[in-house]
Structures are given as C-alpha cells and as structure tokens.
Design a protein around this ligand. Structure first.
Ligand code: PMP
Length: 407
C-alpha cells in the first residue's frame, strides 16, 4: 500500500494510477478470440481479415522500387499531419468514386479507419455525450466511442441497415446524439446494406437535428453484384466518411483516408498531430503512386469481387449442406456470414468453446451486441480459407455442434 492516499500502487500494479477512461472502452473479447485463432493447427473463420491472395504484391513491389529509386529523400522524410499532397488527392478521388466528391482540402490521411474513429471520438465527444449506432456494431467503433466516455444509443438493424425510423422516434422523444455511426455497405457483423431510402431519411434527420453522421465504409468496394449506393454526404456539411483501404488493398500499410466537413477537418488534423504526428510517409507514397494509375483499381476490385463472391457462394453451399441448424442469409458483399444457432440447446459461446477444441475459430455474437441478446449469434468469415480448409472447417463445426448438443 502507499502513503499517498492509495494512489500509487504496489510494484507491478498500476490500477491506482490509471486514468478512469482506460476502463471505459475496454474489451479483451476480440483479442482473446483472435489469439486463439492464431494458435497452431487452428483454422480461422474468426478474423475480419482479407485473403492474402487478394494483395496486389507484384504491383506493390514494382511501385515500392520506383518510389525508392525516384523519391527516397521525401518518401523517407517527415510529412504533413494531414497527409502527403498526392495521398490527399488520392483520398479525395476515392471519395468521388465512392459517391461524394470533395476537394483534397477536405481529405486527410489516417493510420487506418480505426484511427479515424478515434479522432472523431476524441474531437467530438465529451463524457456523457450520446452516440447512436446499430446494435450489433463494429467493436472497434464501440471501443472508441466508449473510450471517449460516450453513452451509446443502440438501434435495431436489419438486412436494410439501421432502422432509421426508430432513430426518428428516439429523436422525436428527445434523444440528442451528437454522432450517428453507420457502416453503409455490408455491415460488420450483420452484412446489412443501408438502403437508399434510409440514407435519405438519415441525411434529412441530420439536417433537422444537427448531428454528425460517421459513415465508415471499409466494405463498399466488395459488392458481389450491383452498384454501390449513394453516400449520405449530400451537402458536404454533416458527414465524416472513413475510407479504409484495408480490404480494398491491404491492411498492413495502415494508410486510410477520411473526408470531413470543412469546419471539422482542421480539428481532426490537430487531434492526429498530438497522437502520432503523421501516418507513415513511405506507405503514403507507395499507395498514392499505385492509386494514381487509373487502370489499376477498377481491375483490382473486379478481381476481389470475383474472389470473395466465389468464396461466399461456395461456403454458403457447404454450410447449408452440412449445418441445417445454422441460420444465415447469403452475403451480398463483404467478408462475413452473420449466423444464428437455431437450436435451443446450444449457445454460440458453447459452440465457440467446442469449435476451438476441434481446431476451428469463430466469433460468438455477444461482443458485438450492445443491448441485443447475442447468445445465439455468431460471425463466420469466409475470406481466408481455401477450398480444402473450408471443407475441413465446416466439418469441424459440424462435430463441435454435435458435441455442444450432447453437453
Ligand atoms: N470499420 C469497420 C466496420 C471494420 O470492420 C474495420 C476493420 N475490421 C475497421 C473500421 C478498421 O479498418 P482499418 O484497417 O482501416 O483501421
């Protein structure tokens, strides 16, 4: 114990010194699940990670060489907090290609969209402020909002995305969220796509009540068919768009883009400056060069859609054939199946434990859920397994279910 009011701690125990906010957004559920998934011999349908064979390795090698031979002095140097000029241009271009054109002065570079979420949370949320979001939601966003001390306003969500009509009711009843967080395409974990109608209603509510929409869109490029729907960013003054490149190119560079209303961008840049000064210059040079080739991205994305569409269809067929107790709808894009365990004797936690004992990792639904009961829900990724691993994975899941039912 200590002589100063119990603040300092015994050796190795810092609990008396930690800021209160360190406990607010804390969840080790995903860490635990992902480290189990990485154990030797375990097949993983757990991670929200892209397929390694989706990475444009040859093009990256070529571009990396070019950047080093032509631009080493600047590519290895410090760069502005908002991003290199070429990468800000590339982000602005992506914003236009994905439905809401902006100039580069409204674009910045972040260390992944996860940093974008953190910057938005730190810049806009005071302790006790309210954030409306789908229930279930992406856990990384929940952690950022909770970590800033926000109260969450969970809203029901379905295959057509957030129930914006329920949001309208809550607003009419006096709720005043500062932010409404949406994943507009192929929501993680539900796979829902916010319909054009709901997007329009959401944008109208933002105008009426003065909240900010945070549109987090890492999966919009991965539609198996059809066109991308319009952004909610219709007037350019109420939406922060997070344009991850992790699923579109690769996550390892930790380079993503964000666009924000003119009056907000400077605040986000200031928050980033105190956090990491800037995103790595070299990665920005390489990705800006790659994205600067107008022929590259359309062809690359076409290949990704074919790759993931094929994996999704093959996995769906296998799941239906082997696991009649598993309820799910066919994904229309993205990386996941959001499933229900349609047997009253088996919870997803129990299934998770038995699956792991069989050498298969999945993610039980509860960590994604805020108020909703997630005890019979689970997320399965189809992205990384090849055909043989897929068969083996589904077979292990079948065995796990039989064992869980016999418990
Ligand atoms: N938002 C959502 C909805 C995600 O699923 C993910 C990654 N799984 C992220 C943000 C984080 O993306 P990034 O790698 O760009 O930080």
């Amino acid at each position: 114990m200590t002589g100063d009011g119990g603040r300092a701690a015994t050796a190795g125990d810092f609990s008396g010194l930690l800021a209160r906010r360190t406990s607010w957004g804390r969840s080790d559920a995903i860490d635990r699940i992902l480290s189990a998934a990485n154990a030797p011999g375990v097949l993983s349908m757990a991670g929200g990670i892209p397929a390694p064979d989706s990475f444009p390795v040859a093009r990256l090698a070529e571009v990396t060489d070019r950047v080093l031979s032509r631009s080493a002095a600047s590519a290895l140097q410090y760069a502005p907090t908002a991003g290199t000029a070429a990468m800000r241009e590339a982000v602005a271009r992506r914003a236009g290609e994905t439905g809401a054109p902006v100039g580069p002065e409204r674009a910045m570079v972040t260390g992944g969209s996860q940093q974008g979420l953190d910057l938005v949370a730190r810049t806009l949320l005071d302790e006790g402020d309210s954030v409306a979001l789908d229930d279930p939601s992406y856990l990384g966003a929940v952690q950022s909002f909770r970590g800033a001390g926000a109260r969450l306003l969970p809203l029901p969500t379905d295959r057509d995305g957030m129930r914006v009509d329920v949001l309208a009711e809550r607003l009419a009843a006096g709720a005043r969220p500062k932010l409404v967080y949406v994943v507009p395409h192929f929501h993680n974990p539900t796979g829902g796509v916010l319909t054009t109608e709901r997007r329009r209603e959401l944008a109208a509510l933002a105008d009426r009540y003065g909240f900010l929409i945070v549109e987090d869109d890492p999966y919009g490029d991965l539609a198996f068919e059809g066109e991308r729907l319009p952004s909610t960013d219709v007037h350019g003054d109420r939406v922060v768009r997070l344009l991850s490149l992790s699923k579109t190119l690769c996550p390892g560079f930790r380079v993503a883009g964000l666009t924000a209303p003119a009056g907000l961008l400077g605040e986000l840049v200031a928050a980033k400056q105190s956090s990491d000064l800037q995103t790595n210059t070299f990665g920005q040079y390489v990705l800006a060069e790659l994205l600067g080739d107008p022929a590259f991205l359309p062809a690359h994305l076409a290949r990704l859609r074919t790759l993931y569409g094929g994996k999704a269809r093959a996995t769906a067929a296998l799941l239906r054939e082997r696991l009649p107790w598993l309820g799910f709808e066919d994904p229309r894009g993205g990386l996941f199946f959001w499933c229900s365990v349609d047997d009253p004797r088996v919870t997803s936690d129990l299934l998770y434990e038995h699956a792991l004992a069989q050498g298969l990792a999945l993610v039980p639904g509860a960590p994604f859920c805020i108020e909703q009961d997630g005890s019979r829900l689970l997320r399965l990724s189809f992205a990384t397994l090849d055909e043989e691993q897929r068969r083996e994975g589904v077979s292990r899941l079948a065995t796990a279910f039989d064992k869980a039912r016999a418990d």
